[in-house]
Design a binder for this molecule. Structure first.
Ligand code: EPZ
Length: 416
């Protein structure tokens, strides 16, 4: 298994290009199943999770072609309604084929995604919504088996704000007969990006980005060419790295309008942030002020930035409180950070962080995607060498992260 080695102590300087968003690419590539003909997707990030969904779509019979960061998918040959365990277990977002398969083939057999390190991550709300649209849902042998004579529009209230739940139901509803209203829908930029792609395909979706999304079913859709929006979590990760190392970093090709909560909180820590169109300049200052955060659905502070921000607070000048409200087990990175000298106490879904003057490099273990990123960040400022093991977690969601950090002056390399 690959390792990433970091020698701490370098201030990051220079420019980094932000890649396309993993969490926009996954649902948009899945939406290709909704139509015949070739969809063209630009600015697709080169990630393990994107490879996984391309494999899955090909398994369903789609023709998938990748040239650089452009992916072309033609689902005219869609001939398999089953998403097998060995593909779904690699990436739980595979559940995003459920809605499109049901809309297009009126049947789907998708392996239930298990839990993962950060939580149980059930899909009960996805299934409840599909049933409301007229699907018959059975759970057999670890698979969701869904069939429908016809999908009909419905009023659906989502008990919990769910990103992929909202996406799955939007994709199931676009070809349903009649109007579907999703209430308490997720408002993430990735939801808006999916709705825009679907509307470009001929769908009639209104309200994406608000908590009430209305989908007027249409008889069919047509192929589309879209570009994937920038990854706001990758951008947030590099912004924290700049503040953390007291560096001066310019992020290009990003979407500052998607980073409101992160920019607001980073400014409160004392970082200087200037926005210029699709470019963000971040300059770290000597002193890092302690700031409390509470993760919330968008536009609140993103849970996917919690671990990264915790590293910044671990060397801040006082006490900070981090409350994780989205997932029940998203403090796995804490034990590794404590091995590097961080002073963190967990109580339920809250962590109290007492800033320390510095961290010390150590061999650490990555457990989930964003926790892995936080260990790289800790290594950038720790005294001595940090070895991050099991970096396949990182490769799922960050495109060549060590190369991007090395280009910014970090002493970081990958060891096969
Ligand atoms: C999406 O996961 C993202 N993944 C996650 O990013 C992100 O952390 C999460 O949204 C929250 O923003 C993708 O978009 C591919 P949820 P998702 O459904 O959709 C509960 C990363 O690092 N829930 O919004 O799976 C659930 O348990 C990943 O890129 C139900 O109870 O998250 C959680 O507590 C990690 N029943 C809460 O809702 C359901 O049917 C939010 O989960 C669905 C969800």
């Amino acid at each position: 298994m690959d390792k990433i080695i970091v020698e701490g102590g370098r201030a990051l300087q220079g420019q980094v290009k932000i890649s396309g968003a993993k969490n926009a690419a996954l649902p948009i590539l899945a939406s290709s199943l909704l139509t015949d003909g070739t969809n063209t997707y630009a600015n697709v990030p080169d990630l393990k999770d994107v490879e996984s969904i391309k494999l899955l779509l090909a398994h369903h019979g789609a023709r998938v072609e990748t040239v650089g960061d452009t992916v072309r998918i033609d689902a005219s040959g869609l001939n398999n309604h089953e998403a097998p365990y060995d593909l779904v277990r690699k990436m739980r977002a595979s559940v995003l084929v459920l809605g499109p398969l049901l809309a297009r083939l009126k049947k789907a057999r998708v392996s239930l995604p298990g839990g993962c390190a950060i939580g149980a991550r059930p899909i009960n709300l996805h299934l409840k919504g599909l049933a409301a649209l007229g699907a018959r849902i059975e759970l057999n042998h670890g698979y969701v088996e869904a069939t429908a004579d016809e999908l009909r529009g419905a009023e659906i209230y989502l008990d919990t704000v769910t990103v992929t739940g909202t996406e799955n139901l939007m994709m199931a509803a676009v070809l349903a007969r009649g109007v579907t209203v999703l209430r308490n829908a997720a408002r993430e930029p990735e939801i808006v990006a999916l709705a825009e792609a679907l509307n470009r395909m001929g769908a009639a979706i209104e309200g994406a980005g608000t908590s009430v999304v209305t989908i007027q079913g249409v008889p069919c859709l047509h192929p589309v060419a879209v570009s994937i929006i920038p990854d706001r979590i990758e951008a947030g990760t590099f912004m924290v790295a700049a503040a953390l190392t007291r560096g001066k970093v310019t992020l290009v090709d990003c979407a500052p309008e998607h980073l409101g909560a992160c920019i607001h909180k980073l400014r409160l820590t004392g970082a200087e942030i200037n926005i210029d169109g699709q470019t963000i300049h971040v300059e770290g200052r000597g002193r890092i002020a302690s700031v409390d955060i509470k993760t919330q659905p968008y536009p609140g502070f993103p849970t996917d930035m919690q671990a990264q921000f915790m590293v910044l607070m671990s060397v801040a000048s006082g006490l900070s409180l981090i409350c994780e409200t989205i997932f029940e087990n998203r403090f796995i990175h804490v034990s590794e950070l404590k091995r590097m000298g961080a002073d963190i106490q967990i109580s339920g879904n809250s962590a109290m962080i007492k800033g320390v003057p510095s961290l010390s490099g150590a061999p650490v273990m990555a457990t989930d995607l964003r926790a892995s990123a936080s260990l790289i960040l800790a290594g950038l400022i720790a005294d001595g060498q940090t070895v991050v093991n099991r970096v396949y977690h990182l490769d799922r969601g960050y495109q060549s992260i060590e190369k991007k950090f090395a280009r910014l002056g970090a002493a970081i390399w990958r060891q096969k």
